[in-house]
Ligand binder design. Structure first.
Ligand SMILES: CC(C)(COP(=O)(O)OP(=O)(O)OC[C@H]1O[C@@H](n2cnc3c(N)ncnc32)[C@H](O)[C@@H]1OP(=O)(O)O)[C@@H](O)C(=O)NCCC(=O)NCCS
Length: 145
């Protein structure tokens, strides 16, 4: 997971202690995608209460991207959340991160607001939410924004 973080994020990447919390502490739902014994992607959700739980990270090794791994991780985490009775999921994503935005919009997340400077000066984020209670239908990009 640390290798994936290093290759996926810069100053905003998670430190080892937080990755360890994601794996070991109650309140986190963390899934990894394995190819043989290699961790090629991971995702983590903080189960903060009845609603909404927060997607805190999802990342795939650069050389393994574009093959459906990120989507599979997100879908598996959502299914797990549903079975735990989580009503909705929220997340923040950099406005400039078009790949992640495409993924979230395709999976039915809706932009609920903008957080100026969330990732540092001039680096704004969208705040997005997905309702799991009625299994939100998948929306087109135009509908979601
Ligand atoms: C975002 C990320 C996890 C997606 O994982 P992935 O395995 O590459 O994505 P998938 O192959 O499952 O593709 C899922 C969807 O993402 C979008 N997507 C993937 N690659 C894309 C590209 N090059 N351009 C535009 N959209 C793209 C598409 O909507 C795609 O669905 P589709 O194939 O049905 O069109 C991955 O790119 C990553 O690790 N990025 C760096 C870390 C990061 O930014 N994480 C998100 C933080 S909020």
């Amino acid at each position: 997971m640390e290798r994936i973080e290093r290759s996926s994020f810069h100053e905003e990447r998670f430190q080892r202690w937080l990755l360890q919390s994601m794996i070991g502490e109650k309140g986190f739902l963390t899934l990894v995608a394995l190819d043989d014994d290699e961790v090629v992607g991971y995702g983590s959700i903080h189960l903060t209460g009845p609603k909404p739980a927060r997607v805190i990270s999802i990342a795939v090794l650069p050389e393994r991207r574009g093959a459906g791994i990120g989507r599979s991780i997100l879908e598996a985490m959502e299914a797990e959340c549903e079975s735990l009775g989580v009503a909705s999921l929220c997340l923040e994503v950099a406005i400039s991160n078009l790949v992640a935005l495409h993924l979230y919009v395709a999976k039915g997340y809706e932009v609920k607001g903008t957080i100026p400077g969330y990732y540092g000066e001039g680096k704004d984020a969208f705040y997005m939410v997905k309702d799991l209670s009625g299994r939100t239908r998948t929306k087109s990009k135009d509908e979601a924004f």
